[in-house]
Design a protein around this ligand. Structure first.
Ligand code: G1P
Length: 290
């Protein structure tokens, strides 16, 4: 079955970014000239997924407003002859977005279950909003790669990257049984292991394509510490030989981390046709003073 829908959990409180996240939901923090959540929507469109379910917290109307129509603003831009800005505005409301509200802070699996009414037991893509993955034009993006593998194998597939040293303990970690044509067969998962517990150097990153039936599996899970964990479903799939993983092209930015956020802002500004040259010159001048 083709993957047509994606879930984007976006209800986190973003406390690491206080005070800005007191009133502004974390997915609305800008990377260069767009909120992070819009990059995720664009990544999905590029991969051919048009139906987005964004799981937001109770105070996130601003995310809904961002993707909604703004007739007054559009009228004004047109009457002022600001065609380019009008097109930018139109692009933000061109996504097919549904919203689900996550009332309780009950983790990633809790967020996914909030989207159940839109997904049922269909396969879906899952994208964590704290991570941006840049792929150059013409290059296969991470999501495109995962969808290609899913379509070939019919199995759930997760994106992975190699990590070393202390970074191993920051991520879910996979055991790799075998590898063929860059597709790894995963046989176990361990969430945020110590270095000694790690199964490999491959970390799970925030891009998944999950096969049909995941919602039912999540609901059947027994809670641990009063919470259910996506990792437990992934581990079940891995044990049954129903989980693959793949590395990807492109650059991953962890925008949930302050340094990652700054790096993403600088690099997206450098890549912009509008500001790239000026930013490059500025950075050179600055580097001389450091
Ligand atoms: C989640 C997942 C983890 C994964 C990580 C990627 O953890 O549980 O397996 O490696 O995202 O960013 P979190 O960072 O939400 O704690």
């Amino acid at each position: 079955m083709k993957v047509k829908k994606a879930i984007i959990p976006a209800a986190g409180l973003g406390t690491r970014f206080l005070p800005i996240t007191k009133a502004v939901p974390k997915p609305m923090l800008p990377v260069f000239d767009k909120p992070t959540i819009q990059y995720i929507a664009e990544e999905l469109r590029r991969a051919g997924i048009e139906e987005l379910i964004i799981v937001v917290g109770p105070d996130s109307e601003v995310i809904m407003r961002h993707f909604g129509a703004a007739p007054e603003l559009e009228k004004r831009l047109l009457s002022d002859g600001k065609q380019k800005l009008y097109e930018i505005e139109q692009a933000t409301c061109s996504f097919n977005v549904k919203f689900a509200i996550q009332k309780e802070a009950n983790g990633l699996a809790g967020a996914i279950l909030c989207a159940e009414e839109y997904i049922g037991d269909e396969p879906f893509a899952l994208l964590l909003g704290d991570e941006l993955i840049y792929a150059a034009d013409g290059e296969q993006s991470c999501m495109e790669r995962l969808l290609e593998i899913y379509e070939k194998t019919g199995k759930s597939v997760i994106a992975t990257m190699e990590v070393f040293g202390d970074d191993v303990s920051k991520y879910g970690n996979i055991g790799v049984k075998s590898e063929e044509n860059g597709v790894m067969q995963v046989d176990a998962i361990v969430e945020k292991p110590t270095i000694a517990e790690a199964l490999s150097n491959y970390a799970i990153i925030g891009r998944y394509v999950l096969a049909g039936g995941i919602m039912s599996r999540l609901k059947a899970l027994k809670p641990r510490n009063n919470e259910i964990y996506l990792t437990d479903v992934l581990d079940e799939l891995a044990e049954k030989g129903e989980l693959s993983a793949s590395t990807f092209n492109g650059v991953r930015y962890d925008v949930g981390d302050k340094l990652g956020f700054v790096k993403a802002n600088i690099e997206y500004a450098l890549m912009s046709a509008e500001t790239g040259e000026d930013v490059k010159n500025y950075l050179k001048e600055l580097a001389e003073k450091l």
